[in-house]
Design a protein. Structure first.
Length: 437
């Protein structure tokens, strides 16, 4: 048993015992109340699922095992001559709850390299699709095409004991995460570079190798941004659509390939992972309308007001939970301040940050007028030359694998049951209200 698996086994078994005792002693105690607004409003804020790797706080933002994003940027191991955290370190933290050492992260990077070989039939499945298929469609299908290699599915079919579910899920998770950069880069080069593919460089860390296969060879700035991007997009507790989808599908004992592919179909929605490309398109339309790449704050304010007056939203602003600026936005802003001094697009993002919150607050209807993670990432990707907006969500998906698959390992280790919430009809609610009256 490898080092990380052994550590996860020890932690999860101890935690599972603690959970059983907690349920036995306190299982009938209430932790939340549901109102009709939430029944009709997408189950917003209803506390109803367990998600171990991260927790979202309305005031402080996302915390990974208790650590904020600024703390992760400080404490997680970094690449040689690098300033940004290695996502491998975050995966370790989410899985076992402790900051890894540099040696442990090096071991994990090398382990993923050994597991990263993608079966040839997966590339054939991608090539069978029209080249103009959306990159997220190709990504999801490629993940599904790997399902025949699932350790969990193979062992379940031979009568695996429930106590071993976590073990097989761990193996699938490690294999899947290891292969994703190769698949994602293959899709990028197929769609946008006429199939001129770049082979992996196994001397590089997980993020840098991905960036290299995309075509950014020896680009230290982009390597660093990818390390930050793939870290801060990795998880956002369990209630968001892609995370919840992984949990829901996984609760049926579908293997990690099936569960994660389903999650990517959720991520592909405009109200979820497509948001960052919506932001950059809105900014570019503003630039075209105003006729300048250096608009004033006053010009931006007028354009924002006209957008709102037409019944549209300002993409990248507002969040279902957060009530302060998204720490993921602030981390990218700090990165840009340190590394990107000459981008008109980035400067527009900063001006929008000054302009939009007061306007949205003045409407009196917006609970959170602040930017979320999507409002900055597109500008930085454009700065480094990645102008293919349709691909941005694939980057998001590669990152999101870290959190949702770590959580799936925990679901299996704790023996969480099939998810089956109770639904009601409007007629049932009307009768209920009559009875209450």
């Amino acid at each position: 048993m490898d080092t990380l698996k052994q550590l996860f086994f020890e932690r999860s078994q101890a935690h599972a015992k603690e959970v059983k005792e907690l349920i036995k002693e306190h299982g009938n105690k209430k932790v939340d109340e549901v109102v009709i607004d939430q029944v009709y409003g997408g189950m917003r804020d209803i506390i109803s699922m367990l998600w171990e790797p991260s927790l979202l706080d309305a005031e402080e933002g996302i915390r990974f095992r208790g650590f904020s994003i600024p703390e992760l940027r400080e404490k997680l191991p970094k690449a040689p001559n690098g300033n940004e955290p290695l996502p491998e370190g975050l995966f370790w933290l989410m899985l076992v709850g402790e900051i890894p050492t540099a040696e442990q992260v090096k071991w994990l990077s090398e382990n993923w390299v050994r597991r990263s070989n993608v079966p040839e039939h997966v590339f054939k499945a991608i090539e069978a699709l029209p080249v103009d298929s959306h990159p997220m469609t190709q990504f999801s299908i490629a993940i599904m095409a790997m399902q025949n290699t699932s350790v969990f599915a193979q062992r379940y079919n031979t009568g695996m004991n429930k106590s071993e579910y976590w073990d097989a899920t761990y193996e699938d998770t490690m294999n899947l995460v290891a292969r994703l950069p190769r698949i994602a880069a293959y899709i990028y080069r197929r769609v946008y570079y006429n199939g001129d593919h770049i082979l992996p460089d196994i001397s590089l860390d997980w993020s840098a190798n991905y960036a290299n296969m995309l075509g950014y060879k020896d680009n230290h700035g982009f390597y660093e941004y990818m390390r930050l991007f793939l870290t801060i997009h990795a998880d956002h507790e369990g209630g968001n659509a892609s995370a919840h989808t992984t949990h829901l599908v996984g609760s049926t004992l579908s293997d990690p390939y099936l569960a994660f592919s389903a999650a990517m179909n959720a991520l592909a929605g405009p109200l979820h992972g497509l948001a960052n490309q919506e932001v950059i398109r809105w900014i570019q339309k503003m630039v075209d309308t105003l006729g300048t790449t250096k608009p004033t704050r006053e010009q931006i304010a007028e354009y924002v007001k006209s957008t709102l007056a037409s019944g549209r939203v300002i993409p990248g602003y507002g969040h279902a939970v957060l009530r302060k600026p998204d720490p993921r936005f602030m981390a990218q802003r700090q990165f840009a301040e340190d590394n990107v001094q000459d981008s008109d697009l980035v400067k527009i993002v900063w001006k929008i940050f000054d302009v939009v919150p007061p306007i949205l607050s003045s409407l009196g209807k917006v609970k959170n007028p602040w930017p979320n993670v999507d409002s900055h990432s597109g500008a930085l990707l454009e700065h480094y030359g990645m102008k293919e907006h349709g691909y941005y969500t694939v980057l998001f998906g590669v990152s999101r694998s870290l959190g949702v698959l770590a959580a799936l390992c925990w679901s299996r280790a704790l023996g969480l049951p099939l998810e089956r919430p109770k639904s009601v009809t409007t007629e049932w609610l009307k009768e209920y209200l009559k009875e209450q009256a």
